[in-house]
Design a protein around this ligand. Structure first.
Ligand code: ADP
Ligand code: MG
Length: 669
């Protein structure tokens, strides 16, 4: 490696630029395909600055030889020394470096990237050399102008004639210096006029010091070179040096000095993945998306729907959950209900006595016990009368129901024991009988018994799940039994409050055991648990949310698979582009980066559109009064998931692309 740097520019150097010894190339020999040897031991030296034609019939192995010379392919055996350095010791990146810095390829079929303009095509090799955008654009413009194409810079290859396309590809070959121009039948597809122009260009290049290796089956074309090597059936059969006085002894020093030296030591010091390269990958990706607009949109649709549904479904789930939670708060999470009923083993329903309730009240897990009797009864005030639910309970009613008194006061335990005829009104009941007037101190008739209004409860409101409480009136339990519900032997039901929300189940079990003992083992009562019911409901909603989320996640996955599909198709469609990029010096990681960038751009755009769609649907649902709670975490999560699936699914096709063999890719459709 050391000392090779100078060899390119000084002709008397004993080390030839290119030296092939016994190069053989076989195809097949695998998977049952018989091995065919195409090159049967080629010995060849080319010095810097030579203008060589390799001539032979179609099928004689010229292209195969050129691919080996240009490090697009490896020989099956034999030695290839470039500037004295054995090429077989170079890894893929070093070979890419060599293609980029030393060679410029010109192909019979031009091999331009169809979606890029002439100037952008010329710029491609410089991208991989890490040249800055400005320098790149300027150099490409200068090269195109020199080849008479300044007017055609922004045309796509399709908009150019064959001769013009070939000149663009020559400009591209020169972009990074093009010390060695490898041209495979460059005039093969051109009319004679364009062919002559292209040949004149090669002459000029040879004159200013480029090493030109021209491959042709046409003797007339070959004769224009200063040295003609004839190849027949994979063997060199002739090598004639023209007795051209001007170029006696091959190339001369003064010309080759015009080109800067190639430092082989730099083969491993590649330009890093700069911002410019990322920008370039993004630009290419964006263009690819725009060109295949309808396909891009269909792919995006999967991601958009996925992201939007994840967001909306989680918002619906969360909205429902929060509503249940707030109801739970309103009713209290520590409340249990108990009533008597016929035991499952048969027999009459049990009787919940005052002693039973007193005993329950002594249990450590029970904070309060409140018997309740309630029925709709006729209330009268002056001329107004109305059916109202009369709720007879003890003084604990407001605290058990997390309810405050809005006006006046609630009755006390002492008043209850004294059977005081007092009534507290719900907000609606009060409005019905008294309107805006102050009811406190007024007398109401409940049934036929007179009661004095001492207070009004605060309004419960519509959202608490208990708004019908506003329609009731409340009287002391004992007063109720004595004056209104004389026929009741026991409460309709009993409300019990557990010491804490964590001890509800333990409290319930304790009450059950206590009553079983007191009732002689008969389970002639039932205990219900509002909190448990609500918690069960919340759990159902949670699992519903999870299911919705799962469905949404599956659609996201489908979106990801869509990305993979599109990326695989892109790789297939653009195999030749990949080959061109590799021939002009792209490393595997450049190709990988490009395709990953495309996958990522696809999903980022899809994810963003999905977010917008999700928010729009959410806004529509909120307008329709569906309770929604958007979560930033869910949105960020859905977006991130989309991008991650896209990149994951995009990785496989990207790697496939990056691992393509340059020759194979170039031969692609
Ligand atoms: P030329 O360029 O002189 O026309 P090529 O180098 O393209 O010749 O091909 C030489 C021979 O190698 C031909 O017989 C061709 O069929 C064969 N060949 C070329 N490429 C392959 C390949 N990838 N697999 C099998 N045979 C190949
Ligand atoms: Mg060929």
């Amino acid at each position: 490696m050391v000392g090779a740097a100078a060899s390119l520019q000084s002709e008397p150097d004993p080390v030839p630029l290119i030296e092939l010894r016994g190069i053989r190339k076989q195809y097949g020999g695998k998977d049952g395909v018989p091995a065919v040897e195409v090159l049967h031991g080629i010995d060849l030296s080319v010095r810097a600055g030579e203008f060589v034609a390799i001539m032979g019939q179609s099928g004689s192995g010229k292209s195969t030889l050129m691919h080996i010379l240009g490090c697009l392919d490896r020989a099956s055996s034999g030695a290839y020394r470039f500037s004295g350095r054995d090429v077989s010791t170079l890894d893929a990146d070093a070979l890419a470096w060599l293609r980029r810095e030393a060679f410029g390829f010109v192909f019979q079929g031009y091999h331009l990237i169809a979606t890029e303009s002439a100037r952008e095509n010329v710029e491609v090799p410089a991208i991989y050399a890490g040249t800055s955008t400005d320098v790149r654009a300027e150099r490409a413009a200068v090269l195109l102008a020199r080849l008479g194409l300044s007017e055609r810079q922004n045309n796509r290859p399709r908009q150019l004639s064959g001769g013009q396309q070939q000149r663009v590809s020559i400009a591209r070959a020169l972009m990074n210096g093009g010390r060695i121009i490898l041209a495979d039948e460059p005039t093969g597809a051109l009319d004679s006029q364009s062919g002559a122009e292209v040949m004149a260009l090669f002459h000029e290049l040879a004159d200013v010091g480029h090493t030109v290796i021209l491959i042709t089956h046409d003797r007339q074309v070959a004769e224009q070179a200063r040295r003609v090597i004839e190849i027949h059936d994979g063997r060199i059969v002739g090598d004639t040096q023209k007795a051209d006085p001007e170029v006696a002894g091959g190339a001369d020093e003064s010309r080759t000095r015009a080109l800067p030296a190639l430092n082989m030591n730099a083969a491993h010091s590649d330009p890093g993945a700069g911002l410019a390269e990322l920008q370039e990958a993004l630009r290419t990706a964006w263009r690819g998306m725009r060109i295949n607009r309808s396909r891009t949109f269909l792919t995006l649709l999967g991601i958009i729907i996925g992201v939007a549904s994840v967001i909306v479904m989680l918002a619906i789930g969360e909205g429902a959950r929060q509503r249940v939670m707030s109801q739970m708060g309103a009713l209290g999470t520590t409340i249990m209900y108990m009533g008597s009923r016929a035991p499952p083993t048969g027999g009459p329903p049990g009787m919940l006595t005052e002693e039973d309730l007193a005993a329950i009240g002594e249990l450590p897990d029970i904070r309060r016990v409140m018997p309740v009797i309630g029925d709709p009864l006729t209330l009268r005030y002056g001329n107004a009368s109305r059916e109202v639910y009369v709720f007879a309970a003890d003084e604990d009613m407001p605290s058990i129901h997390h309810w405050s008194v809005g006006q006046g006061r609630f009755y006390t335990d002492a008043e209850d024991r004294d059977l005081a005829p007092l009534v507290v009104l719900g907000a609606k009941a009060r409005a019905h009988f008294f309107g805006a007037a102050d009811p406190v101190g007024e007398q109401l008739l409940i049934g036929s018994a007179p009661f004095e209004v001492i207070g009004v409860m605060a309004e419960r409101g519509a959202d608490s799940g208990a708004q019908n409480y506003d329609d009731m009136v409340f009287i002391p339990y004992r007063t109720g039994r004595a004056r209104v519900y004389q026929a009741q032997a026991q409460p309709d039901y009993v409300v019990m409050e557990a010491a804490s929300s964590g001890s509800v189940l333990a409290a319930e079990e304790a009450v059950r055991q206590l009553l079983l003992t007191r009732h002689g083992g008969r389970e002639d009562f039932g205990i219900g648990n509002a909190a448990a019911r609500l918690q069960a409901e919340a759990a159902t909603r949670r699992s519903m949310t999870m299911m919705l989320g799962l469905i949404a996640a599956v659609s996201l996955l489908v979106g990801g698979i869509g990305v993979m599909n599109v990326m695989l198709m892109t790789v297939k469609e653009r195999t030749r582009e990949i080959g061109i990029r590799m021939a002009t010096g792209a490393r595997q990681r450049d190709i990988l980066r490009q395709f990953l960038t495309e996958a990522m751009l696809l999903t980022v755009v899809g994810g963003a559109l999905g977010l917008i769609l999700g928010l729009l649907i959410g806004a529509a649902l909120i307008a329709a009064e569906v309770p929604l709670v958007f979560s930033v975490t869910a949105m960020a999560g859905a977006f991130a998931c989309a991008v991650v699936t896209g990149v994951l699914f995009g990785f496989m096709p990207a790697r496939t692309a990056a691992r393509l063999d340059p020759v194979v890719a170039l031969a692609g459709e």
